[in-house]
Ligand binder design. Structure first.
Ligand code: ZN
Length: 108
């Protein structure tokens, strides 16, 4: 579950992508992180309180507002959710945070 701050107010160059691009980004990251086979479903729909969520069964739900978020932020949301799948846990402990930073740095 991502309860992330909306960074839009700090960004001068909002961008827009579409459904196909967002799904392509998710699969690119799923392969990098090694969870592509466990990612079963991707749903994109309006969400009131969250940017995304993922179930232990590999059902990823993304907020449609991600289409208009900065690429860096979108990437962080995607990697965050896929790491929950990788670690099979909804916790945000030290290992989770370390892996998140390491993936984001590695592919910057
Ligand atoms: Zn989370």
């Amino acid at each position: 579950m991502s309860r992330l701050k909306n960074p839009q107010s700090e960004e001068s160059f909002p961008e827009t992508i579409n459904r196909e691009l967002l799904i392509a980004e998710v699969y690119t990251w799923a392969h990098r992180i090694g969870v592509a086979e466990r990612l079963r479903e991707i749903h994109i729909r309006p969400m009131k309180r969250k940017w995304a969520s993922i179930s232990t069964r590999g059902r990823l739900t993304l907020n449609t507002e991600l289409y208009t978020q900065p690429a860096d932020f979108r990437r962080e949301v995607i990697v965050h959710e896929l790491l929950h799948l990788k670690l099979n846990s909804g916790h945000h402990g030290k290992l989770f945070r370390r892996l998140l930073q390491s993936y984001l740095r590695k592919y910057r």
